[in-house]
Ligand binder design. Structure first.
Ligand code: ADP
Ligand code: ZN
Length: 665
C-alpha cells in the first residue's frame, strides 16, 4: 500500500520535472481517443459494417450533386449522414454500390425532403460529430495552455518572476562585491600586469576622463579551463572595490527567444547604474560564436539576437562610462570577429597554465586553508604537477585533505598529496572494471612495449610507472612518464621521433608477442600519425616540403586551437600521405626489431605486470639491465646519464600520463 502511494508521488514528480514529456504523452492519448471515437473519415469501422451487411461490391467517390441525382433516379436505397460525409447505398442491376460524397457546408433541407419523397431510408450520425467537433475545438486551446504553462515554468525557474517576469533579469545575473585580491591569484603574472591598469581606471575614473583618455571597454581573458580567469576578473573588482556583475554565456542559449537579449540589456543597465563596475561574461563563446560557423541546430536565432544586443550595448556606452566588460573563453578561434573589433573586446589577455614557480605559488595559496604536516614538500608537488591548471591544484589539495580525513589523520601528509595527484591525472582506479585474462595479457604486452621503447630511446621520457589496472577515461592500462620541465614549450626533432617510437611500441609488442593486433593501439597510432604529419606540414622537418610550411592555424592568433588552413595542392597532399606512411613503416620496422631483440625482457616485464598489475619505472630498468647483462649486450638504456630518482623500494613520483585513450589536451 505504502509502496503504491510512493509510486504515485514519483510519477507526479516525474511529470512535474518533465513537462514536455507529460504534454507529449497527453497529446498522444487525446489523439488515440479521437481516432477511436471518430474512426477514420472514409472507410472506417462504421462504413465497413454497413457495407458488409449489404454485400457491397464497390465503393465510388462522387460529388454531392451526383448523390442528389442518384436519389432522384431512384438508385439510392439508404443514406447515412455524418457531419462531414454522406454515404449512400445504391443498386445498379444486381450490383450493390456505396457512394461517398463530401457534405457541402451550407445546410440543404431540400435534400431531406427529397429523400422522404423517394422513400429512402436515412439516418444521421450525430454523437461522433459532436465529440469530434468538441475535440477539434478544444485541442488547440489545450495545446496553447500546455505551451503557456511549460513556458511559464521555464521562465520562473530562471527568472524567479513567472511568465510576466520575462525581461527581468533576476537571479541569473550575479551581483557581488568580491573580496578577492591580486594576491589570491598566482602563476599568471603577465595577465595580472595587464589587468592591473584597469583597476586604476575603475578607482579614479575622473582622472582619466578629465584627461580625455579613452577607458578600455572590453578585455578578453583567453586560456584553458581552470586557469583562474574568473578569479582574475573578481580580483580586478576586489582591488578596485567595485561591484562585479557576472553571467555565463552558456546560460543564455537555454533561454527562449528574446530572453537572452533582454538579459544582456538588464545586465548593462544594472552595471551602468552602479558604475564604476565590472561585467564578467564567462564562456562568451557560447553566445559569441562566429555567425558563419553556427551549429547545425536551431537556437541560432537566439544566440544571434543575444550577440547583437551585446554588441549594441558595448557600442552604446561611451568611453567615459567606467564600466569594464571582462569576458572569458578557452576557444577564441570560434569567436565572431565583430566581438574583437575596436571599442569592443579589443584587448586580449592570455591566462595560461602555470609553470613550476606558478604552481608552487598557487599551491601555497591554497594550502593556507588546510592543515599540512611539516614534512610536506610543496616543491615536489609543484614538480609533479606539470601541465595542471590552478583549479586542478586547488582540487588536489582538497582531495588530499579528504584522503587524510578518511584515514583519521590530524594533518595532510606528502603521501596524501601524491595520491591526490595520481587521481587527478588518471582518474580514480576502477578496480571493479573486470577485464578478462586475454585482455590482461594483451594490455601487459602492449604497455611493456611502450615502456621498453621509452627506456631505450634517446629523447623519450623515462618511465615512472606501468600499470594494467583499468582507470577512468577508457584506458585499460597506462605508462607514466616524467616530463622534463625545460621541455614544455619546444621539442626537438629527435624527441618527436622518440615519441613516435614509444607510441608504436604498444602495437608492435602485441603483434610480435600476442600474434594478433587489437583495437587498443588505435589511439597510439592516431597520435603517431599526427606527429609525423605535423612534422612535415608545420615544422618543416621533412624532405617532402623542406622548410615550406604547408599548414597554418587560422582564427585566433593565440593558443593552438585554430582551424588549420591547408595551403597545398592535391599532388602535395599525396606526397605527404606517401611520406607519412613510409616514415611510419620505417619506424614500425625498427621498433619491431628492437622489441624482438629484447623479447625475453618483454616477456619478463609482461609476466610481472600480469602478476602485480603495477610496476615502477625502476623495475622496468632493472629487468632491461638484467637481460642485457645476461646476454653480454652493451646497455642501450637511454637515460642512465640522469640519476635514477626512483629507488625501487620507495614509493615513486607519479607523474604526467600517457594513457592509451586520452584524446585532446
Ligand atoms: P577559469 O575561470 O579560468 O575556468 P577559475 O577562476 O574559475 O578558472 O578557477 C577555479 C578555481 O581554481 C579558483 O576559484 C581558484 O580556487 C583556483 N585557481 C585557478 N587558477 C588559479 C590561480 N592562477 N591562482 C590561484 N588559484 C587558482
Ligand atoms: Zn598504447
Amino acid at each position: 500500500m505504502a509502496d503504491n502511494k510512493k509510486d504515485n508521488n514519483d510519477n507526479k514528480n516525474f511529470f512535474n520535472d518533465n513537462p514536455l514529456l507529460a504534454f507529449a504523452i497527453f497529446s498522444i492519448v487525446v489523439i488515440l481517443l479521437f481516432k477511436v471515437f471518430i474512426g477514420e473519415p472514409n472507410g472506417g469501422g462504421f462504413n465497413q459494417m454497413m457495407g458488409q451487411s449489404m454485400g457491397v461490391s464497390m465503393t465510388k467517390k462522387v460529388s454531392y450533386s451526383e448523390v442528389k441525382k442518384l436519389v432522384e433516379k431512384g438508385v439510392i436505397k439508404k443514406v447515412k449522414i455524418t457531419p462531414t460525409t454522406i454515404e449512400a447505398l445504391g443498386e445498379e442491376g444486381d450490383k450493390k454500390i456505396r457512394f461517398i460524397a463530401e457534405k457541402i457546408p451550407a445546410s440543404d433541407p431540400g435534400f431531406i425532403k427529397m429523400l422522404d419523397k423517394k422513400g429512402v431510408e436515412y439516418s444521421g450520425v450525430m454523437g461522433n460529430g459532436f465529440v469530434s467537433e468538441m475535440i477539434s475545438m478544444l485541442l488547440p486551446i489545450f495545446i496553447f495552455f500546455a505551451i503557456w504553462i511549460f513556458l511559464a515554468k521555464r521562465m520562473s525557474k530562471g527568472m524567479g518572476g513567472g511568465i510576466l517576469g520575462v525581461g527581468k533579469a533576476g537571479k541569473l545575473i550575479n551581483s557581488e562585491k568580491p573580496n578577492t585580491k591580486f594576491d589570491d591569484v598566482a602563476g599568471v603574472d603577465e595577465a595580472k600586469d595587464e589587468v592591473k591598469e584597469i583597476v586604476d581606471f575603475l578607482k579614479y575614473p575622473e582622472r582619466y576622463i578629465a584627461l580625455g583618455a579613452k577607458i578600455p571597454k572590453g578585455v578578453l581573458l583567453v586560456g584553458p579551463p581552470g586557469t583562474g580567469k574568473t578569479l582574475l576578473a573578481k580580483a580586478v573588482a576586489g582591488e578596485a572595490s567595485v561591484p562585479f556583475f557576472s553571467v555565463s554565456g552558456s546560460s543564455f542559449i537555454e533561454m527562449f527567444v528574446g530572453v537572452g537579449a533582454s538579459r544582456v540589456r538588464d545586465l548593462f543597465e544594472q552595471a551602468k547604474k552602479e558604475s564604476p563596475s565590472i561585467i564578467f561574461i564567462d564562456e562568451i563563446d557560447a553566445i559569441g560564436k562566429s555567425r558563419t560557423s553556427g551549429g547545425p541546430m536551431g537556437g541560432n536565432d537566439e544566440r544571434e539576437q543575444t550577440l547583437n544586443q551585446l554588441l549594441a550595448e558595448m557600442d552604446g556606452f561611451g568611453t567615459d562610462t567606467p564600466v569594464i566588460v571582462l569576458a572569458a573563453t578557452n576557444r577564441p578561434e570560434v569567436l565572431d570577429p565583430a566581438l574583437l573589433r575596436a571599442g569592443r573586446f579589443d584587448r586580449q589577455v592570455l591566462v595560461d597554465k602555470p609553470d613550476y614557480e606558478g604552481r608552487l605559488a598557487i599551491l601555497k595559496i591554497h594550502s593556507k586553508d588546510v592543515k599540512l604536516s611539516k614534512e610536506v614538500n610543496l616543491e615536489e608537488i609543484a614538480k609533479a604537477t606539470a601541465g595542471l591548471a590552478g583549479a586542478d591544484l586547488a582540487n588536489i589539495i582538497n582531495e588530499a585533505a579528504l584522503l587524510a580525513g578518511r584515514q583519521n589523520k590530524k594533518e595532510i601528509e606528502q603521501s596524501d598529496l601524491m595520491e591526490a595527484i595520481e587521481r587527478a591525472f588518471v582518474g580514480l582506479e576502477k578496480k571493479n572494471r573486470k577485464i578478462n585474462d586475454l585482455e590482461k595479457r594483451i594490455v601487459s604486452y602492449h604497455e611493456s612495449g611502450h615502456a621498453l621503447m621509452a627506456e631505450l630511446t634517446e629523447g623519450a621520457t623515462r618511465v615512472t610507472k606501468v600499470s594494467i589496472i583499468p582507470r577512468g577515461l577508457g584506458a585499460l592500462g597506462y605508462t607514466l612518464h616524467l616530463p622534463d620541465e625545460e621541455n614544455r614549450f619546444l621539442k626537438q626533432k629527435h624527441e618527436l621521433m622518440a615519441e613516435i617510437d614509444v607510441l608504436l611500441g604498444g602495437r608492435a609488442s602485441e603483434e610480435i608477442f600476442i600474434g594478433d593486433i587489437s583495437t587498443g593501439a588505435g589511439n597510439d597510432l592516431q597520435r603517431a600519425t599526427d606527429i609525423i604529419k605535423d612534422m612535415i606540414t608545420k615544422y618543416g622537418m621533412s624532405d617532402v616540403a623542406g622548410l615550406m610550411v604547408l599548414e597554418k592555424n587560422s582564427g585566433g592568433a593565440f593558443l593552438n586551437g585554430g582551424q588549420t588552413i591547408k595551403d597545398y595542392s592535391e599532388k602535395t597532399a599525396e606526397a605527404i600521405d606517401v611520406a607519412v606512411k613510409s616514415l611510419l613503416d620505417e619506424r614500425y620496422k625498427f621498433v619491431k626489431e628492437t622489441l624482438s631483440e629484447y623479447g625475453e625482457a618483454i616477456h619478463k616485464m609482461a609476466g610481472v605486470l600480469l602478476d602485480v598489475e603495477v610496476i615502477e619505472g625502476c623495475k622496468v630498468r632493472e629487468i632491461i639491465e638484467e637481460f642485457e647483462k645476461e646476454h653480454n649486450k652493451p646497455s642501450r638504456l637511454a637515460h642512465n646519464d640522469k640519476p635514477d630518482v626512483q629507488k625501487c623500494a620507495i614509493k615513486e613520483d607519479s607523474n604526467t600520463e600517457d594513457t592509451d585513450k586520452r584524446d585532446g589536451e
